[in-house]
Ligand binder design. Sequence first.
Ligand SMILES: [Zn+2]
Length: 98
Amino acid sequence: MIKYIIFLLLFLILVPMLRGVLGLLAKLLMSWAMGSNSNAAARRGPGAPPSSPGTTALHKDPVCGVYVSEVTAVSCRDGNQTVWFCSTDCLNKYRKGA
Ligand SMILES: [Zn+2]
């Protein structure tokens, strides 16, 4: 019976200790993983072109001078170039003026 109590006490002491060690190991692994990630990002360097897939090219509306995204802009072929407008009003003004 005393053996059982000693085992139980050891178990109660060892479990939080193991938890602490495991927590520490997890923290170390996390910091190591984060560190290697930031190193990989740093290795890409400032020379690499900034890849921003969320953004699209901006074009200046020649009528009102507003910069418009390709997604929302109204486009018009003018000769061999594409002209971008903020609205069909600007497109019509451009066509009348041209
Ligand atoms: Zn416009």
